[in-house]
Design a protein around this ligand. Structure first.
Ligand code: MSP
Length: 472
């Protein structure tokens, strides 16, 4: 590969749900980072997709009288289309029912088995079908999984294949403790995982007995690969079965939400080490974000407070939605969002500020010859985006180019000056240069709007045909 490679992933979403703004925030966040790195001249591979095996998918399919595969084929496009509608520029949409993925899963599990890291044992305890996860006593709240309705927590007693997770704990602690090899961000999550690892870790089951909808365990076809082992491998399998993607492994960034932290920072790395991957071949960085809350409550179907990406696109347009998601992104803390809040932010930042500024400038400066401005992005901005601090990164652009232009316009009031007055020319040129810079910086977040702004300012200033962001 000639230029630097950058491989970024989102979680693959459970197919039995409908896309909501929780899923959307991770996907938009990944797309912004992917577009940023593309703009920096890197060679990008961005991956998203759907998680299609397991008990809950089989149950959802049965409810609507479809086979699991028919059900998946019907539902998966909902996610793919939702992301296309948001102008997500992903390179591949993976589905875990793709036979090419299934083959990589079987091969990788076989390696784990060949290395002596799988053994048969009895599992007895609680399982949450919502999380597709075995629960420890300490994870139960009043006897149930705190994230899902009580009926999703079921008692299980079955013979499973177990994975020697505990064997890899010392190695993982060593990697995470060392700043050079640590892969867990932000810092709070790194310490959380270290503390948990040091408290002692039990081996986990890698297969399920009575779940038919999944991939067969290669050395014991009566058992099915536990859906999380199957799902995690998607990140690697896509690089293996697609043409010319092998060099993209290891992933540069797995972007995930906080509820799936353990799988992505402990189990995944242990699986890879067990299958013979070296430390250099482990994912470089896992960034764990927090949650969107709707007016202080968790978003859930049962509470009826789920917001869909389409609802936002209908109100705010594609780029408006991307902007609002980025500005409210739950980096380290949960972020309280809601339609009313989004409307206020949209009107304040986009309709009344950026949009209005572009209208005013392009009208006032119509016909003005424009300069070529330097289009490098500064390191501080790049670093903020790379660390998922979208709000701060965008804030920087507003402060530096947009608010300064507004202030200058109001101070000089060029509309009161004669067209021949050099002061008028000077202030308009200053604002046009600033807008060109702003457009360049905002490209990863609002690609279409940025292009429209650039278009109006190419060679000579041309007025906008219609407002960029109609007021709501
Ligand atoms: N299928 C698994 C992931 C397997 S990855 C190998 C899964 N799927 S999920 O459909 O439940 O999606 C979980 C992801 O959706 C979270 O990690 C997060 O990225 C996103 N979110 C779901 N709800 C969310 C919020 N309320 N807020 C922010 N993001 C949330 O888990």
């Amino acid at each position: 590969m000639d230029s630097k490679k950058f491989f970024i992933t989102t979680p693959i979403y459970y197919i039995n749900d409908v896309p909501h703004i929780g899923h959307t925030c991770t996907t938009v966040a990944a797309d912004i980072i992917a577009r940023l790195h593309k703009q920096l001249g890197e060679n990008i591979f961005s991956l998203t997709g759907t998680d299609e095996h397991g008990q809950k998918v089989a149950e959802s399919a049965a409810k609507v009288n479809l086979t699991p595969k028919e059900y998946c084929d019907k539902i998966s496009p909902r996610f793919e289309n939702a992301w296309r509608d948001l102008n997500i520029d992903f390179d591949f949409f993976i589905r875990t029912t793709d036979p090419r993925h299934e083959k990589v899963v079987a091969d990788l599990l076989q390696k784990i088995y060949d290395n002596g890291d799988a053994y048969k044992d009895k599992y007895e305890g609680w399982y949450c079908i919502g999380c597709e996860k075995f629960l420890t006593e300490t994870e139960l709240v009043d006897g149930y999984c705190p994230l899902h309705p009580p009926e999703k927590t079921v008692q299980k007693s079955e013979e499973n294949w177990f994975f020697r997770l505990s064997k890899y704990v010392p190695k993982l602690i060593e990697l995470i403790e060392n700043d050079k090899t640590n892969y867990i961000f932000p810092e709070g999550k790194r310490s959380e995982i270290l503390a948990k690892l040091k408290m002692g870790v039990r081996d986990i089951s890698l297969s399920r007995e009575n779940v038919e909808w999944g991939i067969s365990v290669p050395w014991d076809t009566k058992q099915t690969v536990y859906v999380w082992f199957d799902a995690l491998i998607n990140y690697y399998s896509a690089t293996q079965f697609l043409d010319n993607k092998k060099d993209f492994w290891p992933a540069n960034l797995h972007l995930i939400g906080k509820e799936i932290l353990w799988f992505h920072t402990v189990i995944w790395q242990a699986m890879l080490l067990s299958a013979g991957f070296t430390v250099d071949q482990l994912p470089k960085k896992v960034y764990i974000h927090s949650f969107y809350m709707i007016d202080g409550q968790k978003m859930s179907k049962s509470l009826g407070n789920v917001i869909s990406p389409q609802q936002l696109v209908d109100l705010f347009g594609v780029d408006g939605t991307r902007y609002l998601i980025a500005r409210s992104f739950p980096s380290e803390n949960d972020s309280d969002v809601g339609i009313e809040r989004f409307k206020e932010k949209y009107n304040a930042d986009l309709a009344n500020n950026l949009g209005n500024l572009v209208s005013r400038i392009t009208k006032l400066a119509e016909g003005l010859k424009t300069n070529n401005v330097e289009n490098n992005l500064d390191q501080k901005f790049i670093k903020l985006l790379d660390n998922c601090r979208y709000d701060e990164a965008i804030g920087l652009v507003f402060d530096k180019f947009i608010n300064t232009s507004n202030a200058k316009l109001n101070e000089v009031a060029p509309w009161k000056l004669e067209k021949t007055d050099p002061k008028r020319n000077e202030v308009l040129t200053y604002c046009v240069d600033n807008l060109k810079q702003a457009a360049n910086y905002l490209k990863p977040v609002m690609p279409t709007i940025a292009e429209k702004i650039e278009e109006c300012l190419r060679d000579k200033v041309k007025p906008l045909e219609k407002p960029l962001f109609p007021r709501i």
